[in-house]
Write a protein that binds this ligand. Sequence first.
Ligand SMILES: *[C@@H]1O[C@H](CO)[C@@H](O)[C@H](O)[C@H]1NC(C)=O
Length: 214
Amino acid sequence: MALSVVLICFLGLTFAFAAADPSSLQDFCVAQAGSSVLVNGLACKDPKTVQANDFSFGGLHLPGNTSNPVGSKVTPVTVTQLLGLNTLGISMARIDIAPWGINPLHTHPRATEILTVFEGTLEVGFITSNPDNRLISKILQKGDAFVFPQGLVHFQRNTGNRNAVAIAALGSQNPGVITVANAVFGSTPDTSADILAKAFQVDKSVVGQIQSKF
Ligand SMILES: *[C@@H]1O[C@H](CO)[C@@H](O)[C@H](O)[C@H]1NC(C)=O
């Protein structure tokens, strides 16, 4: 009895803390660029050699190039771009979306995201887990913020006639991105057209047509 209570508490804590990266055991652990040491995260460089620039990233005032089929560009600032984020459990991104462009359906396996609109108008939404698959969406104006819960499929669309700019903050140094269309129709090697045709309840030729775009 006592053991099961302890076990349930332990599992509860595990889940309670699973929504963010593990907590630090030191002030910082600036990632060692090019280290071959494989750990959960990135190996630290010698703290005595750490400089202010290890904690800095520039250029977020610059618009991303949205000339692509979806009409959007994400400029990430994760531990890959800003080595000082290693072990700190957060990251961010600038999102530029051309009029009627989209940041297509995607999910971050390791992070909740909170997004703030700085310019323009965005339709945003996320879809809840099975069995409901409820779409929760809203039109955001400049100054509005919206949260996308960890792991849920979500999107943004510019519904205005000028460029939209948003800044997103994420609860992981390395949130990960799985873009649904790219993962499903653009895997390497291809996911078999039989599997996709049955999953999407369409003819294999439709699957081939979509696969050819990714
Ligand atoms: C934006 O991207 C397009 C497509 O890749 C490219 O042709 C164009 O030169 C880029 N524009 C700028 C300003 O970099």
